[in-house]
Design a protein around this ligand. Structure first.
Ligand code: GDP
Length: 469
């Protein structure tokens, strides 16, 4: 993670956010009852050989100690972070770990108790805890407490939810980044910047005699950088949608270099017609496949050359059009012929991001190579794994944190307010007006992280959680 920002304060090995306002939490509290209760729930799915039950709240340690005893006389006493084998008073046994307040998942004192995984064993352990004053946790209540105790912000809570429900590797990667706080970091940094401009504006309007006039160019430059930061995040929204909905990769190159053969290899079938007569793929052929969890639509195009008939000419035009609309291009040349001037010219005309592929690595090495090309053989399959790794890296890495549907309208509203504040600052109107827009921008950015979130937003985020999370 990058540097910490003003709205984050050091807290154990994590960071603290300003605690959500009591009003924010009111509605959720009324449904899930009091934060002072000690709560309990299984945190593993039923049916495995072993299950884990978590207690969270002030009485967690004493309940864990009361309902179990050392398995042997040499057993050490239970203390924070030490895993000890204990026998439960109702007969089962398992490992018990105690977590101190401030250094647990929820931020409260916690105990995690393992037991055998049968429904009856879990039920008995839960009842033992309930008999000592714990109550059953509601769905999402552990994570809700982590949020209320400022262990995580609302975007990280959403990351937890998305991690648990991820179906593909890509969804999991995105969820992990959200959970790690990538979006929280960015939004806090932007909000800090809005706050410092707001402080300068307020100081110059309220105490102009003491602090002098507002340094307008500096304030405007800072707001420009906030606006571009928000735009970057919104661009991430588009990318996140693309990754969910799928990406298009066009396969482009001169005739006969093995474009159709590569597509067939990717698909594991003979969808595109392969011949050694140049110009066989007269139109585009499209197929969707799952590349490491990303849905990719491959478009095999007609070879780039001067067409000899009208049909082929249309195909060549479509090949260029595919290159223009694709999210990524695989530009293929064949080893035996090597990298040519024609390839050089075509490559410089491709508008999308490109990976250059040198095919037919099973034949004689080329006279002239394109340095960074990935070498493959559509015939033997050599290099295709590396090509796919490379492609997935290109398609999914280095993105800004990915906002979801809840974050997008808030970021758009913040952008509009920041832009309005900038316009107001250069207009012949009092700076109080800019302050109004800056306060609005701060409020909506705070809704993203949850610091100024309404009870409705909190309700909606935790609504989708399951028991034990
Ligand atoms: P396209 O016109 O670029 O789509 O090329 P094709 O996929 O139709 O392939 C043209 C010819 O090259 C066919 O005879 C393929 O069997 C052959 N070919 C394609 N890839 C390879 C390869 O990696 N090694 C060898 N030796 N031949 C290949």
């Amino acid at each position: 993670m990058g540097r910490r920002h003003q709205c984050l304060q050091p807290y154990g090995n994590s960071t603290r956010l300003a605690r959500p306002s009591p009003a924010s939490a009111a509605r959720y509290d009324s449904t899930v009852r009091r934060l002072e209760d000690t709560i309990v729930a299984p945190i593993t799915a039923l049916g495995g050989p072993v299950a884990i039950v978590r207690l969270s709240g002030p009485e967690s340690w004493s309940i864990a100690r009361t309902i179990s005893e050392p398995s042997s006389s040499t057993e050490p006493v239970t203390k924070a972070f030490r895993t000890v084998h204990r026998t439960y008073r109702h007969g089962d046994d398992g490992l018990v770990v105690l977590f101190p307040q401030g250094r647990s998942y929820t931020g409260e004192a916690c105990a995690e108790l393992s037991c055998h995984g049968s429904r009856a064993a879990v039920q008995e352990l839960l009842e033992a805890c309930l008999s000592q004053g714990a109550r059953m946790a509601d769905p999402g209540e552990f994570t809700y407490r982590a949020f209320m105790n400022s262990r995580i912000d609302l975007t990280q809570a959403e990351g937890v939810r998305d991690t648990v429900s991820a179906l593909t590797a890509t969804q999991l990667r995105q969820a992990n980044r959200l959970r790690d706080g990538a979006l929280r970091e960015s939004v806090c940094r932007l909000r800090d910047d809005v706050h410092s401009v707001l402080a300068a504006v307020e100081a110059s309007t309220d105490f102009s005699e003491e602090v002098g006039d507002l340094d307008r160019p500096a304030a405007l430059a800072r707001l420009r950088s906030v606006a571009s930061g928000i735009e970057d995040l919104l661009e991430g929204t588009q990318r996140s949608w693309l990754l969910r909905e799928g990406l298009t990769v066009a396969i482009i190159g001169r005739p006969n270099v093995g474009k159709s053969s590569l597509l067939n290899l990717f698909l594991g079938s003979e969808r595109a017609i392969v011949t050694d007569i140049p110009g066989t793929t007269r139109d585009t052929v499209e197929e969707v496949c799952n590349v490491r969890g990303v849905s990719v639509r491959f478009v095999d195009t007609a070879g780039l050359r001067t067409a000899t008939d009208q049909v082929e000419a249309i195909g060549v035009r479509r090949a260029w059009a595919s290159g223009e609309t694709a999210d990524h291009v695989l530009y293929v040349y064949a080893g035996p012929e090597g990298w040519t001037e024609e390839d050089e010219a075509s490559l410089s005309a491709v508008p999308a991001r490109v990976t250059v592929v040198e095919n037919k690595s099973d034949l004689d090495p080329p006279r002239r190579r394109y340095g960074p090309a990935v070498r493959v053989s559509a015939k033997t399959g050599e290099g295709v794994t590396e090509l796919m790794d490379n492609l997935v890296q290109e398609l999914t890495d280095g993105e800004p944190p990915l906002p979801n549907r809840r974050h997008t309208p808030l970021l758009e509203a913040a952008l509009a307010d920041v832009e309005e504040a900038s316009r107001t600052m250069i207009a012949p109107v009092p700076d109080d007006l800019a302050a109004v827009h800056l306060r609005a921008a701060s409020r909506v950015l705070g809704e993203v992280t949850g610091e100024t979130a309404s009870p409705d937003i909190i309700d909606r985020v935790f609504h989708d959680f399951c028991i034990g999370k």
